[in-house]
Design a protein around this ligand. Structure first.
Ligand code: HEC
Length: 484
């Protein structure tokens, strides 16, 4: 096995936490908060949330009593908030104890009741509701928080407090905690000096990659801005590998990983891999920075976890693919269909006909500050229409990948039409709108607009599709004794 020329595995530097900086003069509500420690936290929280749901169902007697911080609210904060709201976390303030939480009570009530916190911006009334990383609160938990604040946010008896939690290191690779091993290789960008002030800045360095002799399969990849400063300026990043083509051959592009606020890694299910073609390649970073008022020299790292050398996964996936809603993929002016009037709205829809069967693993809408909603609907060949997921409280501060439970992954027969619909709100009612008096058009800055979804998709052959469809049908059929 060859290793990388310029980018062999190196010490993991100080990384991981995202600082919060509401530093953009004039853009108060657009917080340039980067994220780390987050995605892992989301998964942990998802598991805890599931446990919490069963717990809640069994405790209706608590409804009449006034909730207290120590007994009722602290356990909710531990399960669903503290992974981010702690000193080394990505959130602007820590919520570890009563003293820290009390001044935020009103704000907590507001965010929790509107389902803006914890960040999970999916419409919970329609579409698929089974996601691996669902960190949303149950209605009972929301009710507890609201009643606690309405009752004056009492502390209660500190003896009721749960044991304090311990948190993972802020600069760790998140996937390492999930897979139990460090990345197989790490590639590092060349440094970029992000100016203290100014507009968006872009940096697309290319790093030579010696590659492997044999084809290898990627299980996971993680994008890590440097810690503690790089994470403040990194708005998003992508890492793509392009194989060096021999004479007469086409080079192959492999999208390793995309990072956005609230999303840092791609971890494929066991048995699913992304092909890493053999031979040398160039790794191209595309990095989007936003200044935070102090000069920052940033180096991004991408860590990659492979399947063992002698192991090919059952399924090969393309990973996250970009599906445009605006007209960027058509032979017309770049997204000339985005034109949002002052104080106005816009809705765009685009369709993709699946020329092969496909399995969808995740849905990650991307718009900018005026974007408020994106939905994904399947129109099946038999005429059935199913709304799969609707992110109806989209918030540009967050780039959340909604990762379906294995059994809930949309399984699309060949000929399915996948419809993506984006909605923008350029009125003052959009709380992160920097200026409702502006016309808004396509562009790469946060104050311009775009619309696409990153969809984690695995193409299937007909036999694989038939097999999966049969397995699902069997699982859905009740057994003889009537139980499911
Ligand atoms: C995944 C990380 C994460 C989780 C989980 C999370 N928060 Fe947050 N929270 C943030 C970040 C980052 C911000 C700042 C950006 C924003 O407002 O979206 C924030 C902002 C807030 C604010 C607004 C603060 C302000 O400046 O006005 C409140 C209130 C809040 N969170 C409460 C909560 C509560 C309560 C929970 C749990 C029920 C929670 N959050 C869960 C990351 C998180």
């Amino acid at each position: 096995m060859k290793t990388m020329a310029k980018a062999d595995r190196f010490e993991v530097g100080h990384q991981g936490r995202t600082a919060h900086g509401d530093t953009r003069a004039g853009f108060h509500s657009w917080r340039s908060t980067a994220v780390a420690g987050l995605a892992a936290a989301l998964l942990l929280a998802g598991a805890a949330g599931a446990a919490a749901q069963s717990g809640n169902a069994a405790a209706p007697e608590a409804t009449d009593a006034v909730p207290t911080f120590s007994r009722d609210v602290a356990p909710i904060l531990q399960r669903s908030c503290q992974q981010c709201h702690q000193p080394a976390g990505i959130a602007p303030m820590s919520l570890l104890n009563y003293r820290e939480a009390r001044p935020w009570a009103r704000s907590i009530r507001d965010r929790v009741e509107r389902r803006l916190m914890p960040p999970w911006h999916l419409d919970t009334t329609v579409g698929i509701q089974d996601y691996k990383n669902d960190i949303s609160l149950t209605p009972a938990e929301i009710d507890t928080v609201v009643r606690w604040v309405d009752a004056g946010a009492p502390e209660g008896n500190p003896a009721d407090l749960p044991e304090p939690l311990e948190f993972p290191r802020a600069d760790a690779w998140e996937v390492e905690a999930m897979l139990g091993r460090p990345p197989d290789f790490v590639v590092r960008s060349t440094p970029y000096d992000v100016l203290a002030n100014g507009q968006d800045q872009w940096w697309n360095p290319e790093i030579e990659f010696e590659g492997f002799d044999e084809p290898r399969y990627i299980r996971a990849a993680e994008f890590k801005p440097s810690y503690p400063t790089g994470i403040k300026v990194t708005h998003h990043g992508h890492a793509n590998l392009r194989s060096t083509a021999a004479e007469g051959e086409e080079s192959v592009r492999t999208h390793l990983v995309g990072m956005g606020i609230g999303k840092r890694w791609d971890l494929l299910p066991e048995g699913v891999g992304k092909l890493l073609p053999p031979g040398p390649a160039t790794l191209r970073f595309s990095l989007h920075y936003f200044p935070v008022g102090e000069p920052v020299t940033e180096v991004a790292e991408v860590g990659v976890w492979l399947y063992p050398e002698d192991e090919a996964p059952d399924k090969v996936t393309a990973g996250e693919r970009q599906f445009y809603v605006d007209g960027t993929h058509r032979e017309r002016l770049r997204a000339s269909d985005i034109l949002i009037p002052p104080h106005g709205h816009l809705v765009l829809e685009d369709q993709y006909v699946m020329d092969r069967p496909a399995l969808i693993q995740s849905f990650r809408p991307h718009m900018h500050m005026r974007g408020t909603e994106m939905s994904m609907t399947a129109l099946y060949p038999d005429g059935r229409r199913e709304l799969l997921s609707n992110v109806n409280r989209y918030d540009h501060n967050w780039q959340i990948a909604y990762i379906y439970d294995d059994d809930a992954q949309p399984l699309l027969p060949k000929g399915t039409v996948l419809m993506l619909r984006a909605k923008w709100d350029n009125t003052a009612a959009n709380r992160i709108n920097p200026d409702p008096d502006q016309w808004v058009v396509f562009g790469a800055r946060g104050v311009d607009e775009m619309s696409h979804a990153w969809i984690g998709i695995t193409w299937l052959d007909d036999a694989e599709f038939e097999e999966m469809a049969a397995a699902r049908a069997a699982a859905a059929t009740p057994t003889d004794d009537g139980s499911q």
